[in-house]
Design a protein around this ligand. Structure first.
Ligand SMILES: Cc1cc2nc3c(=O)[nH]c(=O)nc-3n(C[C@H](O)[C@H](O)[C@H](O)COP(=O)(O)OP(=O)(O)OC[C@H]3O[C@@H](n4cnc5c(N)ncnc54)[C@H](O)[C@@H]3O)c2cc1C
Length: 277
């Protein structure tokens, strides 16, 4: 008999970069004006979470950190069939870098209590660092499978296929486990009629909605404010350059070393100075 698993999926709301809304003249994003969407990579994580539930049994809880509008991505996750959602929303989180984000999210996970699997997207389309999942695994002292494109459970152990440079790697792991899901995993299935109908209904019944989506702040999950937001974020953006409109063309560079490639790219983008990390 398959065990019922407690499955978490981390979903982030990002600006819709296909829309011009909220794009300032200097190329920066005005998040208040930008159109919003579920991070495209998180659609694969959602599919992995829902498929795991369907195949082996369990509950799926979607977790997001963001401003109140991020509730939209949790509603979308409910439409697709997750059981519950948790939104961590707190003004003190503003300007969190990946260190602070992973700290805050791991506190939500600890507050939730039991979990067997945490699915994350590979990366986001705004921050784009791919660091949050691995940092959460480290903080929770969990094994992690990154770049996962196939996932199964056998005898209470995870079996996964992950992408590595030049090939594929087949790994097994104990649970609990954190998995970052690659965009070569199966596409997210359509929303269910039942899920879409339920969300329509819940949006008209705020008290009922609270039974499905809980909004928490730093105090509720026991996160230290000094380790979140600007105070908890050592990253400094020294300077931003706009390197041209995003177009449909792609040019491949072949350099002898990563340094050569970076130098070539900087030359092509006409960047004269840059700050080394
Ligand atoms: C140099 C730099 C400076 C930045 N400065 C600022 C700033 O000043 N102000 C600001 O607001 N942001 C800033 N950011 C963005 C912010 O750090 C990131 O958005 C945030 O830390 C998440 O990292 P990421 O988007 O790179 O996620 P990734 O690590 O690429 O995401 C991987 C996965 O982790 C999960 N995940 C990530 N974030 C969330 C979330 N919020 N909720 C739920 N799941 C999540 C998702 O499953 C996602 O697919 C900055 C980013 C960088 C790189």
């Amino acid at each position: 008999m398959p065990a019922p698993y407690e499955i978490l999926v981390l979903v982030k709301q990002v600006p819709d970069q296909s829309s011009k809304a909220g794009i300032n003249a200097d190329g920066t994003i005005d998040r208040a004006k930008a159109k919003r969407m579920l991070n495209p990579f998180d659609r694969y994580a959602l599919q992995a979470a829902l498929f795991t539930k369907k195949q082996y049994g369990g509950n799926v809880t979607a977790v997001s950190m963001g401003p109140p509008a991020a509730l939209e991505v949790l509603l979308e996750a409910l439409e697709h069939g997750v059981d519950k959602g948790v939104l961590l929303s707190d003004r003190r989180l503003a300007a969190s870098d990946t260190l602070a984000t992973a700290y805050a999210l791991h506190k939500v996970i600890l507050w939730l209590g039991k979990f067997d699997l945490i699915f994350c997207g590979l990366q986001t389309t705004d921050g784009d660092t791919a660091q949050v999942g691995p940092q959460i695994a480290e903080r929770l002292n969990l094994p992690q499978v990154t770049y996962c494109e196939d996932f199964a459970i056998e005898n209470d152990k995870a079996k996964a296929r992950r992408i590595i440079e030049g090939g594929l790697q087949y790994v097994k792991s104990e649970l609990p486990l954190l998995v970052t899901v690659a965009n070569s995993y199966h596409q997210l299935e359509y929303k269910s009629f039942r899920g879409a109908w339920k969300v329509q209904w819940l949006q008209r019944k705020p008290d009922e909605l609270k039974k499905y989506i809980t909004t928490v702040d730093l105090d509720v999950v026991g996160a230290l404010p000094d380790r979140c937001g600007l105070k908890g974020s050592p990253t400094i953006v020294a300077h931003t350059d706009k390197v041209g409109e995003i177009g449909g063309n792609c040019k491949m560079y072949e350099g002898a070393s990563p340094k050569d490639l970076v130098d070539e790219l900087l030359k092509a983008a006409n960047v004269k100075e840059y700050v080394k990390a």
